[in-house]
Design a protein around this ligand. Structure first.
Ligand code: ADP
Ligand code: ZN
Length: 431
C-alpha cells in the first residue's frame, strides 16, 4: 500500500497523460478563486491540450499570495477548508495556505510513500523534532508517519537533553530533523557521553527545510550512525513530501502525479533543459483548497538527466543550492553560502556550526567566516587548533575566489536558531 508501484514506476507517457488530465482539473478548480479566474482566462474554462502549453500561462509568486491575503486564492468555500498553515516568513510577511480534508489525506499519503521509499517501516520509532504548529515540517510529516504505522513521537524542536532521553527510553530508530539541528545533536551526544552506535537505536534520519551540502549529509551519517535522506517541500505546495530521496541518495524524486515541475531561467522565465540549473516552478495537480499554477519557488536546482537506478520514473531534482535571494555579492563576486559550507565540511576540525558575516571596511566588503572547532578535538583552548584557520582560508580562497578571514571559535559559542539556521549576517548596511 505504501509502495505505490503502479504510480512510482509509471512510464513517462502514462505519467504525462495523467499530468495533463490533472492539470486541466487543477486549472478549472483554480478558476473558482476570484484572482485566478481572471488570470487564467480561457485556460481556466477550457483547459490545455498539451503540457507544454503551460508555458503560456502567467506565473504565481509569493507576492501574489501576500497581495491576495487571506482568501484571494482560495478555490473552495471557506467552510470546506479544514486547516491552514502559514510559511515561516524567512523572506518577509507570512503567507497562508488552506487545506481541505482531501488535501490533508493526500499529503499524508505522499509522506507515507516517501518515508516508505527510503526504508521507514511500521516497526520504526519515529521522533519528529520539527516544529509543530503553523510550520508544516511538524504536522506534515506526522500524518505520514502515523499512516505508515510507526510509533510517532511529536516532540518538536528544542531541549536537546530531552530529545536524547526520548531516544534512549523508546529506542527511537528514525528522526525528522533540520540538518543544522542534527549536527548540534551529534555534538550534544558527544558531550553527554552517549555513543549513538552503542547506546541508541537510530538508523534513519530525514532532513530538510533548509539548504545543506552533501558534506553535511555525510557528517550526520558518520556522527549519528544513520542513513540520511533529503526531503524537500514548501508550505505553498503543502509542505514536506514534494520531493524525496530514494535509497540511491542521488537526487530527490519529485512526485509528478501530484506536481508539475518546470525549471526556468529566473531572468527570462524561459524553461531550461535537464542538467541546467535554474529556478524551480511548481504547479499543484491534486490540491483542492488552494491550487497553485506555475508557482515560483525561488529555489535553485536542476533536473537530473537520465533514469534513476531505483526504477522510479519520477523526475529527480538535484540537491537545492539555496534560494535566488541567498546569493551574496562580495566585492562584485557572486557567492552562495553552500559553497562555503561545502569547503568547511571537508575539514575534520570544523565543528557543528558556522556563521558568515559580511562587513564594510573602507568601501570594501569583508567576508568573515566564523567556525566552531570540533568538540572532539577541543581541549579547553584554541591554541593547538589555530593552524585550522589558515587551512580553511586557503581552501575557501580556492573555491570562492574571495579572500575571507576565518575565525575559529570554541564549540557551542555561535548563536543558535530555534528553527531554521541563519547562516549569514550582512552588516554592510549597518556599519
Ligand atoms: P519559508 O519560505 O518561510 O522558509 P517554508 O517553511 O515553507 O517557508 O520553507 C520552504 C522552503 O525551505 C523551500 O522553499 C526551500 O527554500 C527550503 N527547503 C525546504 N526543504 C529543503 C531542502 N531539502 N533543501 C534545501 N532547502 C529546502
Ligand atoms: Zn530513485
Amino acid at each position: 500500500m505504501f509502495w505505490e508501484k503502479e504510480i512510482e514506476l509509471l512510464p513517462a507517457s502514462g505519467l504525462k497523460q495523467l499530468q495533463l488530465e490533472r492539470l486541466n482539473e487543477t486549472l478549472s478548480r483554480a478558476a473558482r478563486a476570484s484572482w485566478y479566474a481572471e488570470r487564467l482566462g480561457r485556460a481556466g474554462r477550457e483547459g490545455l491540450s498539451s503540457l507544454e502549453e503551460i508555458s503560456e500561462l502567467p506565473f504565481t509568486t509569493k507576492d501574489d499570495l501576500r497581495t491576495n491575503f487571506p482568501c484571494g486564492l482560495l478555490a473552495v468555500p471557506l467552510d470546506e477548508a479544514v486547516r491552514l498553515h502559514s510559511s515561516s516568513g524567512t523572506t518577509g510577511n507570512p503567507t497562508v495556505v488552506f487545506h481541505t480534508a482531501r488535501d490533508i489525506e493526500e499529503w499524508g499519503n505522499l509522506m507515507a510513500r516517501s518515508l516508505y521509499m527510503s526504508g521507514a517501516r511500521r516497526a520504526d520509532v519515529f521522533q519528529n523534532t520539527m516544529g509543530y504548529g503553523l510550520f508544516t515540517g511538524g504536522l506534515g510529516m506526522h500524518y505520514g508517519a502515523e499512516k505508515l504505522g510507526m510509533l510517532t513521537i511529536p516532540i518538536g524542536p528544542g531541549n536537546i537533553q530531552r530529545q536524547i532521553w526520548f531516544m534512549r527510553q523508546f529506542r527511537t530508530t528514525a528522526l525528522h530533523i533540520l540538518p543544522s539541528y542534527a549536527l548540534r545533536l551529534a555534538g550534544a551526544l558527544r558531550e553527554t557521553g552517549v555513543d549513538p552506535r552503542r547506546d541508541l537505536a537510530l538508523r534513519l534520519a530525514f532532513v530538510g527545510a533548509e539548504p545543506h551540502t552533501e558534506g553535511v549529509r555525510r557528517r550526520i551519517e558518520d556522527e549519528l550512525g544513520v542513513k540520511v535522506y533529503n526531503c524537500y517541500g514548501l508550505s505553498e505546495l503543502c509542505g514536506p513530501g514534494v520531493a524525496f530521496e530514494c535509497p540511491e541518495q542521488d537526487g530527490l524524486h519529485l512526485w509528478e502525479d501530484h506536481f508539475l515541475a518546470e525549471i526556468i531561467d529566473p531572468e527570462t522565465g524561459r524553461p531550461l533543459p535537464p542538467g541546467e540549473e535554474g529556478e524551480l516552478v511548481l504547479t499543484s495537480l491534486r490540491r483542492e483548497a488552494m491550487p497553485l499554477v506555475r508557482y515560483r519557488t525561488r529555489d535553485l536546482t536542476a533536473f537530473l538527466p537520465g533514469p534513476c537506478p531505483c526504477g522510479r520514473t519520477h523526475v529527480r531534482l538535484r540537491r537545492i543550492k539555496g534560494r535566488d535571494d541567498d546569493m551574496l555579492i562580495i566585492n562584485g563576486v557572486n557567492l552562495f553560502p553552500m559553497q562555503i559550507e561545502k569547503v568547511l565540511m571537508k575539514v575534520p576540525g570544523v565543528g557543528d556550526n558556522y556563521l558568515i558575516e559580511i562587513h564594510k571596511e573602507k568601501f570594501m566588503d569583508r567576508l568573515v567566516v566564523k567556525v566552531e572547532a570540533h568538540g572532539a578535538l577541543f581541549r579547553g583552548t584554541l591554541k593547538e587548533l589555530e593552524h585550522l584557520q589558515c587551512e580553511i582560508e586557503e581552501l575557501l580562497k580556492a573555491e570562492i575566489l574571495v579572500t575571507p578571514a576565518v575565525k575559529l571559535v570554541e564549540p557551542g559559542t555561535l548563536p543558535r536558531a530555534e528553527g531554521k539556521a541563519k547562516r549569514v549576517v550582512d552588516l554592510r548596511k549597518i556599519e
